[in-house]
Design a protein. Sequence first.
Length: 140
Amino acid sequence: MVESKPRIITIPKITEDRGNLGYVESGRHIPFTIQRVYFINDVPGGTERGSHAHKKLQQFLITLSGSLSVLLNDGSRTEEFVLNRSHQGLLLPPGYWRTLRDFTSGAVVIVLASEMYDPDDYINDYDEFLAWKKLRTVTA
């Protein structure tokens, strides 16, 4: 099932004197099977990441350390999510232009992805993204 709207999901957490343990299970906490996992870290101050959209890839972003802002644009409006808690993640459906920015020093983000890497799934030009969104609206 592909979600249509981005949203914050609280991750189950076991809290003990020895520390916390958070976990995510495919199909239970996130609505897709995890096909790929990668992480983003050591982002220099002032640097933006992303600046692209996906046609079918779903993602779940968790900030393990530090914080960042995720700007999401659906072709007509922009929404901002601040990720700064390791027990919450952002479910990101396909069809959103995303920009990751405002990384704090030492920020570490893990990304769970619904698909293997496919360069054909990326839209790297914003005008091309808008045309793709318009075409999807017309054919829907």
